[in-house]
Design a binder for this molecule. Structure first.
Ligand SMILES: CC(C)(COP(=O)(O)OP(=O)(O)OC[C@H]1O[C@@H](n2cnc3c(N)ncnc32)[C@H](O)[C@@H]1OP(=O)(O)O)[C@@H](O)C(=O)NCCC(=O)NCCS
Length: 173
């Protein structure tokens, strides 16, 4: 039988961000994005405006990742996601996506979209594994020489059942 510490470590729990999570979130942000990391005030802004979908995931006792989505009834944007380097490939990102997807489905959001740097292969694979499809390449979105893909996931297709065209069949333009 596995020791309790191992079972705890392998369990991922998602809940809404609370202000006392801020230092952990900032550390994950800095480790993940370096010079592109958002400042505290950006997170505070999301917390004040969009706290429903500002989530953290705990793996064992630690905050292992966060994800923020925002938007209206029709479209939601996945504004940011990051997982602590040590906790990657352990289902933390998956738990955050699934929690948000359930919430967006409940509120009948039609489309969930995001921007990702074209050379961020890990994130693109991650998003594609859920059915996000590349819809447009935006030149210099992140600055000189740094293009982005706009990616979209159509929740209405997911709701209408497997006989419909899958998100995964969309091709990049
Ligand atoms: C992208 C990121 C959030 C993924 O989080 P994660 O917790 O490691 O992802 P999961 O363990 O839930 O992976 C789910 C699936 O996504 C895919 N995936 C995730 N990371 C991948 C990688 N490095 N290479 C290929 N596929 C990957 C796999 O299909 C994986 O399933 P599997 O492990 O069963 O094969 C994480 O790598 C990260 O924080 N990166 C740095 C920050 C970043 O780039 N954020 C996105 C900015 S747009």
């Amino acid at each position: 039988m596995l020791p309790v510490s191992c079972i705890l470590k392998s369990t991922v729990q998602v809940r809404r961000f609370v202000p006392s999570d801020m230092e952990d979130v900032l550390a994950i942000e800095q480790e993940s994005f370096r010079e592109d990391a958002w400042e505290r005030k950006v997170f505070e802004g999301y917390y004040h405006r969009w706290r429903e979908l500002f989530l953290v995931a705990k793996r064992g006792r630690r905050i292992a990742g966060y994800m923020i989505s925002c938007g209206g009834a029709r479209d939601a944007e996945l504004a940011s996601i990051a997982v602590r380097a040590k906790d990657r490939r352990a289902g933390v990102g998956r738990a955050l996506v699934e929690f948000t997807m359930a919430q967006l489905t409940k509120q009948r959001t039609k489309s969930w979209w995001l921007m990702v740097e074209v050379d961020n292969a890990a994130a693109i694979r991650f998003y594609e594994s859920y059915g996000f499809a590349r819809t447009k390449r935006i030149r210099r979105y992140y600055g000189a020489g740094r293009d982005a893909w706009r990616m979209r996931f159509r929740l209405e297709i997911k709701r209408s059942g497997p006989q419909q065209k899958s998100n995964k069949q969309s091709q990049p333009k």
